[in-house]
Write a protein of this length. Structure first.
Length: 148
């Protein structure tokens, strides 16, 4: 897919990323470094916990969804940075063996204060292999424009 400029990003434009399967080792590794809670690290505790087993950190799921999106190359070198995330919701647990993919839609587009780039709001819905939404959020990004 060729990289898109701000002018190409009409509201309603959509992508679906390739899927990625999470392993228990990967879930525990992320949690050890960034979210060291028992429900992400301790299989015995997690079995008796609220989810009946180890689950991925929600922050791990956000980071993975973002990486899947970036790897589509939709913005290419035109990404001028992120400016925030709104409406972040973890709607279902992600478990070892789950395969997630992100559905990404341009929700809004508006001129940014600096010349040569525009503000784009992307709506993310992350789904598991059963089609269940596990995460939703809106990412606010700056994208290079073709003309200043």
């Amino acid at each position: 897919m060729p990289a898109l400029d701000f002018e190409d990003l009409e509201p309603g434009l959509r992508w679906t990323t390739p899927g990625r399967t999470l392993t228990e080792a990967e879930i525990c590794g992320f949690a050890q470094a960034f979210d060291p809670q028992a429900l992400h690290l301790d299989a015995e505790w997690a079995r008796e916990g609220p989810f009946g087993g180890i689950i991925a950190s929600g922050f791990h799921t956000v980071a993975l969804a973002w990486a899947l999106w970036i790897r589509t190359g939709a913005f290419g070198a035109g990404s001028a940075g992120g400016i925030g995330i709104d409406e972040l919701r973890w709607t279902a647990p992600v478990r070892p063996g789950d395969t997630i993919r992100a559905e990404v839609e341009v929700a809004e587009r508006s001129a940014a204060p600096r010349r040569g780039r525009g503000r784009v709001v992307l709506r993310f819905t992350v789904r598991n292999q059963r089609g269940e939404a596990v995460l939703t959020f809106r990412a606010l990004s700056l994208v290079a424009a073709r003309r200043p």
